[in-house]
Ligand binder design. Structure first.
Ligand SMILES: C[S@@+](CC[C@H](N)C(=O)[O-])C[C@H]1O[C@@H](n2cnc3c(N)ncnc32)[C@H](O)[C@@H]1O
Length: 321
């Protein structure tokens, strides 16, 4: 099994994330996925991955990026998780003779171990990298790994793009993706029909109930006693990206002291801790937003989502330069 390359230590990441939490009362989403959070996530996500029609996605890539020539392709999965969404179409691409290498980057060692296991029977070269790709020193350290690849395709799958503050992640991606290379994002789009949109909004407003184990784990990890508050979710319209943003927070009812960094942090009734952001996009508005960060929109792949209760849309961009 291929080794995990370390470009940073999880213990250091966690210290940063917890420091952030103490300072801004916001949880960086990485904290969900360390240790037991990795398995919990796939108890929800596993079903979605079964629905993906990988042959269609492979055909999309041949048309848009791979071409017929034997171009050396680096597929870089940012926040790769268990590598589930990309596994099948990369398998097909390799069987069809495309010379591709896989790079899975994640800040959770538990996730990288799932990805290693998941791809262990594949025939393409694989590199697993433990790193936080948003850290300022990441780009410099990373460049050396991709020398010589004619096509670099950076994928951010599983709705991960929608979890970050949008100017922050767009800035990170614009520094990371070299001019002429590709960015592949998957997002939850809004529907054309208002009736379907109402169902989607209802579903996203019920995230705390639908993902209850996920949030329970996180509160435990943060040392927050669940009985001192409640999970609430707000819907906000975000002007810059045209997205509906759902902000899940833990709102405190009774004064709460909790251990943090060897000290004690205090929360007063009425204060909230921001746990998770999820977005539902209007794709045209998102394309416009990313154009402002130097990404030219090329095409969308819209998978047939089978029995899923919402759509997925995968958007392909090329970095201008
Ligand atoms: C929503 S999950 C998606 C996982 C996978 N791509 C999928 O679609 O199933 C987000 C993943 O991104 C990772 N992640 C989040 N922020 C990260 C960062 N700054 N650096 C590296 N990995 C990150 C998490 O650990 C987690 O595995």
């Amino acid at each position: 099994m291929s080794d995990i390359v370390t470009l940073g230590e999880v213990a250091d990441f966690e210290i940063d994330y917890l420091a952030d939490f103490q300072k801004f009362k916001k949880v960086r989403q990485n904290l969900f996925y360390t240790t037991e959070g990795a398995e919990t996530f796939y108890t929800y996500r596993g079903e979605e991955l079964q629905e993906i029609r990988s042959a269609d996605e492979y055909a999309f890539f041949v048309r848009q990026v791979f071409g017929t020539a034997a171009r050396q392709i680096a597929f870089v999965s940012l926040g790769c998780g268990n590598a589930g969404p990309e596994k099948q179409f990369l398998h097909i691409a390799c069987a069809e003779g495309h010379p591709l290498s896989y790079f899975g980057i994640d800040s959770s060692r538990a996730m990288l171990e799932l990805a290693q296991r998941n791809l262990s029977a594949e025939h393409f070269p694989r590199t697993f990298v433990l790193a936080d790709f948003t850290r300022p020193d990441f780009v410099e350290r990373w460049r050396a790994y991709l020398l010589g690849y004619e096509v670099q395709l950076y994928a951010l799958l599983g709705g991960t793009f929608g979890n970050f503050e949008q100017d922050f992640i767009a800035g990170v991606l614009s520094r990371l993706v070299p001019a002429g290379h590709y960015l592949y994002l998957d997002v939850v789009p809004q529907y054309e029909s208002e009736a379907q949109n109402i169902r989607l909004r209802n579903r996203l407003l019920h995230l705390p109930q639908n993902l209850s184990r996920f949030f329970e784990n996180l509160l435990k990890k943060l040392g927050l006693d669940q009985t001192c508050g409640e999970l609430v979710n707000e819907e906000v319209e975000e002007a810059a990206t045209g997205a509906l943003r759902y902000v899940v927070q833990f709102r405190i009812h009774t004064p709460l002291d909790f251990a943090c960094f060897g000290g004690v942090a205090h929360l007063e009734p009425g204060e909230s801790v921001e746990l998770l952001n999820v977005r539902a996009y209007q794709p045209a508005a998102l394309q416009h937003f990313l154009a402002g960060w130097g990404f030219r929109y090329l095409a969308a792949y819209t998978p047939d989502v089978g029995n899923l209760p919402h759509l997925w849309q995968r958007l392909l961009f090329q970095k201008e330069g």
